[in-house]
Design a protein around this ligand. Structure first.
Ligand SMILES: Nc1ncnc2c1ncn2[C@@H]1O[C@H](COP(=O)(O)OP(=O)(O)O)[C@@H](O)[C@H]1O
Ligand SMILES: [Mg+2]
Length: 309
C-alpha cells in the first residue's frame, strides 16, 4: 500500500489494479526491481509512469501484463486476479492488453513483410484468419489498421527496413490495435524518435485513444513528453512509487522531494513553471516536443530505412 493517494480519484471505473506488487530478481541476494507498488489504472485515462532509467518501470509493466510473475502482490484486470486465471482465460484476456515498445525493430522479424507483422496477432488469436476466406479478411483488416495509423495500405508488402523509425512505430501501433485492446502499455514509445516525429506519434496516439476509448499506461523518463500526454502521473524511484496524482498537481505542486528533483532536472515547456523559475529562462534550452507539430501530416511514403527507431 502506498502512502500517497491520488489527489482526485478519476471518476471512470478501475480497469487494472496493482496491489502490493513486488518483484525480486536473482533469488535471495538479488535485487528488488519493484517494491510494494499499489496503483489503479482507470478506464480511458492515460496514466504516466515516470522515473529514471533502471527504477523498475518496465518490470512493473511486465508484471501488469503478466509477462512476469510477481514475487508478491496481485494484478487484477476488471477485478479478476490474473494469477487465478487458466491459460485459456489469460490468453483471452491478453487480447485486451497490448504493448508498444521503444524499439519496434527489435521485435519485428526483418524477413516478414509489414502485412505479416500486423497480421500476426490476428492469426495467433484466430487460426481461421489463415484459411482461404480468413486470408482475404485479414488482408482487408491489415489495410484498415495501416490506414488508421497514417500509413498507406499499399505499404503492406514492404519490409521493416524500408521504413523510417517513426513509420515502424506506426506499424507497431497498428499491430497493437489489431485485436481491439482496451489497454495499451506504451513503454518509452517515442524515446528513440526525433522530436518532430515524436510529436506526430503522440498526436496519433491521442487520436486513437479518443476514437477507441483506449486506456494507456505511458512509460517515459521524459517529463516533457509526459506533460503532454498524462492525465495522472505515477513517479517511481528505486522500485517504489513515491507520488501518484493528477498530472497538473504533480507538475505544479509536486509533493515528494524526489518529484521536485526530477522536475528541476529537466526544462519543462510550461509557461507557469518558466515564470516561477524567474530569470532561469526555463524555455530557452532543451526541446519543445510540441513545437514541430505543425509539420504533422502523412508520413513520407517510401521511407528509405532511416535508422531513427
Ligand atoms: N530479467 C531481469 N533479470 C534481472 N534483473 C532485471 C531483469 N529485468 C530488470 N532487471 C533489473 O531491475 C531493475 C529495473 O529495471 P527496469 O524495470 O528495466 O527499469 P526501467 O524500465 O525503469 O529502466 C534494474 O536494476 C534492472 O537491472
Ligand atoms: Mg524500461
Amino acid at each position: 500500500m502506498t502512502t500517497t493517494a491520488p489527489a482526485t480519484a478519476p471518476s471512470s471505473p478501475v480497469l487494472v489494479e496493482l496491489d502490493g506488487l513486488r518483484k525480486e530478481f536473482g533469488g535471495g541476494h538479488g535485487s528488488v526491481a519493484v517494491d510494494d507498488v499499489s496503483l489503479t489504472v482507470h478506464e480511458g485515462e492515460t496514466l504516466a509512469l515516470v522515473g529514471e532509467s533502471g527504477c523498475g518501470k518496465t518490470t512493473l509493466t511486465r508484471l501488469l501484463l503478466r509477462l512476469l510473475a510477481p514475487t508478491a502482490g496481485r494484478v487484477c484486470f476488471e477485478g479478476r486476479d490474473l494469477a487465478t486465471l487458466s491459460a485459456a482465460e489469460l490468453r483471452y484476456l491478453r487480447r485486451q492488453m497490448q504493448v508498444v515498445l521503444q524499439d519496434p525493430y527489435s521485435s519485428m522479424n526483418p524477413r516478414w513483410r509489414i502485412a505479416d507483422v500486423v497480421a500476426e496477432p490476428l492469426i495467433t488469436h484466430d487460426p481461421a484468419a489463415r484459411g482461404r476466406r480468413g486470408r482475404a479478411r485479414t488482408r482487408e483488416r491489415v489495410g484498415e489498421l495501416l490506414e488508421a495509423v497514417g500509413l498507406d495500405a499499399a505499404m503492406r508488402d514492404r519490409y521493416p527496413h524500408e521504413f523510417s523509425g517513426g513509420q515502424r512505430q506506426r506499424v507497431s501501433i497498428a499491430r497493437a490495435l489489431a485485436l481491439e485492446p482496451r489497454l495499451v502499455v506504451l513503454d518509452e514509445p517515442t524515446s528513440a524518435l526525433d522530436v518532430s516525429v515524436q510529436a506526430r506519434i503522440l498526436a496519433l496516439l491521442a487520436e486513437l485513444q479518443q476514437r477507441h476509448g483506449l486506456t494507456y499506461v505511458f512509460v517515459s523518463h521524459n517529463l516533457a513528453v509526459v506533460r503532454q500526454v498524462a492525465d495522472r502521473v505515477a513517479v517511481m524511484r528505486r522500485g517504489r512509487l513515491v507520488e501518484v496524482g493528477d498530472a497538473a498537481q504533480v507538475f505544479h505542486e509536486p509533493r515528494h522531494p524526489y518529484t521536485r528533483q526530477l522536475l528541476d532536472a529537466v526544462p519543462i515547456p510550461d509557461p507557469r513553471r518558466a515564470r516561477r523559475a524567474g530569470g532561469r529562462a526555463g524555455g530557452a534550452h532543451g526541446t519543445r516536443p510540441g513545437a514541430d507539430a505543425a509539420a504533422a501530416g502523412p508520413p513520407a511514403a517510401g521511407g528509405t530505412g532511416g535508422s531513427g527507431g
